[in-house]
Design a protein around this ligand. Structure first.
Ligand code: FPP
Length: 350
């Protein structure tokens, strides 16, 4: 059993400075914030240079499904940002033609995770305040969640707020918290009516109460959803999640529940907040970057990486399907890289 039933956890103390907590009280989204500074942008606050580790580059090719060679099993597929011209858009599957509970034949991805990058740059290009970029980004979230559910993608995880994002300007943090609150309130009916199971990973206790309460309520109320698991990574830090798992394993050893020689990949995987999700097959990153930014480090060992030049506010359902198709086409049924190799692969998809 997962250590983190329903994944509303945070055994870590709430370490938000008091001043920030009170400043994070519910508020109407400001009409616009001033542009944030460079280092505070991106899912991670302090941006590392956009270098591409050789092992991760793969062969350059146009993004999208149909004009790339199928990726070799176990290899990562990365698309160079400069060659990321608008991808050929395959006809989106006629989701409406699917019977309830039916997945399209071509879908081989069990778990897709998205690094939603480029809200700030999109806003800057449009000469809009950064918060307007996040607001448009929230629209993309709604569209992509709906699109994923319509084709019965078993699991979708969205990197919505990293632990480092607390370091952004207060006004931006407030705006993001307000968007999260609004999302949970406004999407509640759609999530419950459509069999979506909502979860959250990360240091949830760090969220302000006006976000945390409705979030936890919806997580509890949607716990029996079977169509898709939607996981929001909030106040999330991939390395910290590994440390949490290691601490949990150490505790099992201390109490005698586990012998040191019984520590293997499965035992550690069991101690992650993601332990009841399938391994990540696909990581999508928008806005052309190729970094993994401390996201699902353990869980995505065998994931393929898909990047698109489109900033998150311009990411569409068609491009989601294109990414899913491109990875699915390289994964014949029954020969999926990553099966059984760390990341909660325990039979049922959900
Ligand atoms: C990265 O863009 C994005 C974020 C830090 C936050 C993502 C939040 C949303 C998409 C909206 C709210 C989420 C939900 C689930 C309703 P950036 O600002 O770092 O972009 P930049 O790199 O261009 O500056």
């Amino acid at each position: 059993m997962s250590l983190y039933e329903n994944a509303v956890v945070g055994e870590r103390p709430n370490v938000v400075p008091q001043g920030l907590m009170s400043a994070l009280a519910p508020m109407p989204l400001p009409p616009g914030a001033g542009p944030g500074n460079g280092p505070a942008s991106g899912p991670e606050a302090g941006r590392e240079p956009a270098t591409v580790p050789a092992a991760d580059t793969g062969s350059a090719g146009a993004p999208g499904a149909d004009n790339r060679p199928p990726p070799a099993a176990e290899s990562h597929t990365a698309v160079e940002p400069e060659s990321a011209a608008p991808p050929p858009q395959p006809d989106p599957p006629a989701a409406s033609a699917l019977r309830p509970g039916e997945r399209p034949d071509w879908l081989r991805v069990r778990h897709a995770a998205i690094i939603m990058d480029g809200n700030g740059r999109w806003a800057q290009q449009q000469e809009l305040p950064r918060l307007e970029g996040h607001r448009r980004g929230a629209r993309s979230v709604r569209e992509v969640v709906r699109a994923a559910r319509e084709i019965r993608l078993p699991a979708l995880t969205l990197y919505a707020f990293s632990e480092q994002n607390w370091d952004r300007p207060l006004e931006e943090v407030q705006g993001l918290m307000q968007l999260l609150h609004d999302y949970v309130i406004e999407e509640r009916a759609e999530i419950l009516d459509n069999g979506i199971r909502l979860r959250a990973i990360g240091n949830i206790l760090r969220l302000p109460d006006f976000v945390k309460r409705p979030l936890q309520q919806l997580i509890a109320d949607s716990a029996h959803g079977t169509d898709m698991t939607l996981t929001l990574a909030l106040s999330y830090d991939g390395r910290e999640s590994i440390l949490e798992a290691v601490r949990a394993v150490a505790e099992k050893v201390r109490t005698g529940a586990l012998l040191p020689e019984q520590i293997d990949e499965a035992a550690l995987t069991d101690c992650f907040q993601t332990s009841d999700l399938p391994p990540v097959d696909l990581i999508i990153r928008t806005s052309g970057e190729l970094r993994t930014s401390n996201f699902l480090l353990w869980e995505s060992t065998h994931a393929e990486f898909y990047t698109t030049a489109a900033p998150w506010p311009e990411f569409t359902r068609a491009e989601l399907y294109s990414a899913l198709r491109s990875v699915s086409s390289g994964r014949a049924a029954g020969s999926r890289p990553g099966l059984g190799s760390g990341g909660g692969d325990k039979g049922p998809l959900l």
